[in-house]
Write a protein that binds this ligand. Structure first.
Ligand code: PMM
Length: 283
């Protein structure tokens, strides 16, 4: 997994939510065969990691218990591991993370940055795997009341830095830690835009940064129709790609997206333009 954290090109994580209620793909992959098929498709489209989630973090979402979360993700992880698909487990629970790692996931993606479950640090430290620490202020049912900032970039930076310190104190190696600004999590649209335009201040913390704007509601609002209705979730692809290209241009390590193939194509263009000498002589 060392190469994953020092990649030659930006890392693309493909989203696979095995949930009935995620905002974008909820219900589509709740069936095992459909989930496995989609995970294999994302892998073939060029996803470096398929990110498996068993609990919706959609604003206002109700929590599921740990047993149900594990029962959703583990069969999918086992099947995808058998097919050779590299995966991250999107969970805030140490027990689910430990079971997912044992079943074949290689990375823990924790939207709570270690805050939701004090046992998570030890699980990650024992596994020696990468840990994505997202900026988070509380579970989805309280997200909006927590979206208060004087200086969103400074506060997210300081709060992420504290998450990193706690991870290090738990014994996680510094080169295993990825940070994520947590777009849409206790953030209003203006917060997401400020974070997007000032990613350098977060990169300054010295860790790879994951940018995960895919299909989020602030993009739907940006693209609202004249009557004010947000752009439907499945029509936010171009806006998502624009954010991904902006983020990697600013230095992001990777992006977490639903539409893997289009993202891989866009990043190939970005990379070719940055390295014109890699083009063929007859171009
Ligand atoms: N967003 C969602 C889920 N998992 N993980 C990370 N690291 N960062 C995110 O911003 C993030 C995440 C919610 O979106 P989804 O419903 O598309 O999975």
């Amino acid at each position: 997994m060392t190469d994953l954290l020092r990649p030659a090109r930006p890392v693309v994580m493909g989203v696979l939510n095995v949930t009935p209620d995620s905002f974008s793909d909820g219900g589509r992959y709740a069936d095992l065969d459909a989930a496995v098929e989609h995970g294999i498709r994302l892998h073939h489209e060029g996803a470096d990691l398929v990110d498996i989630g068993g609990e919706s973090t959609r604003p206002g979402a109700r929590r599921v218990d740990a047993e149900s979360e594990a029962a959703r993700v583990l069969p999918v992880i086992r099947a995808l591991a058998a097919a050779g698909v590299p995966m991250s487990i999107d969970t805030t629970r140490a027990a689910v993370a430990a079971a997912a790692l044992a079943a074949g996931a290689g990375v823990v993606n924790d939207v709570s940055g270690g805050l939701a479950d004090p046992a998570m640090g030890a699980v990650v430290a024992d596994a020696g795997c990468p840990w994505i620490l997202m900026h988070w202020r509380g579970h989805s049912d309280r997200m909006y009341e927590l979206a208060e900032y004087h200086d969103v970039v400074g506060e997210v930076r300081a709060e992420l830095s504290a998450r990193v310190d706690d991870a290090l104190a738990a014994g996680v190696a510094p080169d295993r830690i990825v940070i994520d600004p947590g777009l849409g999590f206790a953030k209003r649209p203006e917060h997401n835009w400020q974070l997007t335009s000032r990613l350098g201040e977060l990169l300054d913390l010295g860790h790879p940064l994951l940018f995960a704007a895919s299909r989020k509601s602030y993009l739907g609002r940006l693209l609202a129709d004249p009557a004010g209705s947000p752009r439907p979730v499945d029509q936010r692809g171009a806006a998502t790609i624009a954010t991904s290209v902006l983020a990697v241009s600013a230095g992001a390590w990777g992006v977490r997206v639903h539409e893997v193939r289009d993202t891989v194509d866009a990043l190939a263009v970005w990379q070719a333009a940055g390295r014109p000498s890699t083009g063929g002589a007859d171009d």
